[in-house]
Design a protein around this ligand. Structure first.
Ligand code: SF4
Length: 345
């Protein structure tokens, strides 16, 4: 990988996008989970606290927000939060495994958010279920996509896009051409299929996972160059895309886009940077301006800069993430990380 200067995050970028993990509860147990959900306290807010976080986010007027987790649909108030943000002019994308998407929730989704991305991480049921750690998860994701298509047609909710978000591990790397054909034939109204290599965050930073599932440099480059070929297999109007591998590397100028992401954990804690466990305070207790300045300052700390400047490959990034999470995670984070043992191995 070519080396490149660190993005200049000291120039106070405005917050352009929020990621809000609504809960760390999840019915699945994915081997690569970035948030280790289902294996840690859920920390979901009560409704009145959620309303205060929504106010904070709406006040920052970001271009968009992603509801993630955990499984965001477990937070009972997710639809209310999405509608309030939509009314405030902030488009909401929901990332879901599809496990909980029945007819009622699919109707709620297409009528209250701008986009729904169902995670499918394997080209076949066998591969997907193994990565997702629960038998039946591929079937539930397919049922969710069917329900969402029906809901879009029934509700004429043409403005809500529905698609597939595919995190590419080595186990899920083969058969992507066939997957695009299958999905775009099976779901004629599918709007997008997005592929992106797994990044070394959460469980995916651990050495056992890195050795087995993180893409090599060559695989990463080949995936990045396969977009046109993959798109040629679409059997409907869906946009098929592959996120440029260089966006993933903190030493790349292209990764500067992530400098303007504010990542909020379920209970309102703001992360110093989206992919790391470091927290700078809670949006329910301190002003977002103060916290954001603290987040930017964290990124300028010598140890942080030194770690990120040493990154050239995904392997390097995994090593830097391990160092940062173990140094800056909360006490609870560090205890959880210490318990991982062979979880991701
Ligand atoms: S990756 Fe998503 S679906 Fe899988 S365990 Fe984590 S939060 Fe749940």
């Amino acid at each position: 990988m070519p080396s490149a200067p660190l993005p200049d995050v000291g120039s106070n970028p405005l917050i352009e996008r929020f990621i809000w993990d609504l809960t760390y509860a999840c019915p699945l147990r994915c081997v690569h989970c970035y948030s280790e959900s289902g294996r840690r306290p859920a920390r979901t807010l009560r409704r009145e606290e959620m309303l205060r976080v929504v106010e904070v986010i709406a006040g920052a007027q970001p271009k968009r927000i992603s509801f993630s987790g955990g499984e965001p649909l477990i937070a009972r108030w997710w639809a209310d939060a999405a509608r309030r943000l939509g009314t405030a002019g902030v488009p909401v994308t929901v990332f879901t495994s599809g496990w909980l998407v029945d007819e009622r929730r699919s109707t709620e989704l297409v009528s209250s958010v701008a986009s729904v991305a169902v995670s499918v991480d394997g080209p076949t049921e066998h591969v997907h279920d193994a990565i997702r750690g629960r038998r039946g998860s591929f079937a539930r994701a397919m049922a969710a996509l069917e329900a969402l298509e029906r809901a879009k047609r029934t509700n004429r909710a043409r403005t809500c896009t529905v698609g597939i978000d595919y995190t590419v591990t080595r186990s899920g790397l083969e058969g992507l051409d066939r997957f695009v054909v299958d999905m775009t034939k099976r779901f004629p109204d599918l709007d997008f299929v997005r592929f992106g290599a797994v990044v070394p965050e959460g469980l995916a930073q651990e050495e056992g996972f890195v050795a087995r599932e993180l893409l090599s440099d060559d695989e990463l480059i080949a995936l990045g160059e396969s977009e046109v070929q993959l798109a040629s297999h679409a059997r409907n109007h869906a946009t098929v895309s592959v996120t440029d591998a260089r966006y993933f590397l903190p030493s790349s100028p292209l990764s500067a886009a992530s400098a303007s992401i504010a990542h909020i954990e379920p209970d309102g804690e703001l992360r110093a940077f989206t992919t790391y466990e470091a927290k700078v305070g809670n949006v329910l207790r301190e002003s977002l301006d103060v916290l954001w300045r603290r987040a930017l300052a964290w990124r300028q700390q010598p140890f942080v800069k030194q770690q990120l400047a040493s990154v050239r490959t995904l392997d390097d990034w995994a090593r830097a993430t391990r160092a940062l999470d173990r140094r800056y995670g909360s006490e609870a984070d560090r205890a959880r990380i210490a318990r991982r043992g062979g979880v991701a191995a």
